[in-house]
Design a protein around this ligand. Structure first.
Ligand code: ADP
Length: 274
């Protein structure tokens, strides 16, 4: 699904003494079927932008178009409701939203809310669990007996079970160790490639943006400052530094190698060597 922001402004607590403008005339498009990273320092408006994609927030002015749905100030609930079914969101620490007495109950909650056939989703549960790296024996366990990382996998399986057409990932790997972090990002990349869905990853990690995304959007103070392929965006080192965004040496070297069409064959090296 194609996503388009046109001159979008969003102000929290409009009309109160605490009024805060979080988006300031955002014009940006996210192509259907792309894997896009949204980067920017804390408070630059990334989460506010994402919450417009499924109508959790509605623009104070301007409009957001998601496929054929137009979200404008005063948009009716009946317009937003179908969109919620198409857009899956994984927030930071999604495991905090678990509540079921079993893993199965938790995973089925979203699909039931979406009116999907429970039997059909149940048949897919072993495959889904396998995908997120959990054994199907866990289905009848309490999610609260699992480790934090396993609980996160359950929460993610619950979102994927709703078969979203757009997947929004807001710092999904926050707090994981490096190998858990990589495994999770790789899972989302594989799911994206297999299902061709539009995926938007909010991250402060430039390496993730460089490694997994086809397109990068850079936000600063409520506006989109740069957009393009990682190789072009990460070349703008001075602009990024001015926005307090450091491009790690590994990303710079990787980009330089890609520009020169060089590659390093690491396939025959053991993980210790890497
Ligand atoms: P980011 O995701 O890039 O960290 P946010 O979209 O969360 O940025 O926040 C953008 C701005 O809006 C920040 O100044 C933040 O303090 C403010 N903000 C975010 N959520 C709220 C809220 N619920 N009420 C008031 N201000 C908010």
């Amino acid at each position: 699904m194609h996503i388009k922001f046109e001159d979008v402004t969003y102000t929290y607590m409009l009309g109160s003494p605490f009024e805060k403008r979080a988006l300031n005339g955002v014009d940006v498009s996210i192509s259907s079927g792309s894997f896009t990273a949204v980067v920017g320092s804390t408070g630059s408006g990334k989460s506010t932008l994402m919450q417009h994609i499924n109508g959790l927030l509605v623009p104070t002015s301007g409009q957001v178009t998601v496929d054929s749905t137009v979200l404008q100030p005063g948009v009716k609930r009946k317009v937003i409701k179908p969109l919620r079914k198409k857009v899956g969101m994984v927030f930071q620490y999604p495991e905090h939203q678990l509540f079921g007495s079993t893993v199965e109950e938790d995973i089925l909650f979203g699909p039931i809310q979406h009116g999907m056939s429970v039997e059909r989703v149940k048949r897919r549960l072993p495959e889904l669990l396998n995908l997120v790296g959990l054994h199907e024996d866990y289905l009848h366990e309490s999610p609260f007996q699992l480790s934090g990382g396993q609980m996160r996998r359950v929460a993610i399986a619950g979102v994927l079970a709703t078969e979203p057409e757009v997947l929004i990932l807001d710092e999904p790997a926050a707090g994981l160790d490096p190998s858990g972090h990589r495994a999770l990002l790789q899972l989302f990349r594989s799911w994206h490639e297999e299902h061709g869905l539009t995926t938007v990853l909010v991250t402060h990690d430039m390496e993730d943006a460089a490694n997994y995304a086809d397109d990068v959007i850079v936000m600063n103070e409520g506006s989109v400052k740069l957009q393009g392929k990682p190789i072009d965006v990460f070349r703008e080192v001075e602009s990024l530094t001015a926005m307090n965004l450091a491009v790690p040496p590994a990303v710079r070297i990787g980009m330089a190698l890609r520009r020169s069409n060089w590659s390093i064959d690491v396939t025959n090296q053991s993980s210790e060597q890497l």
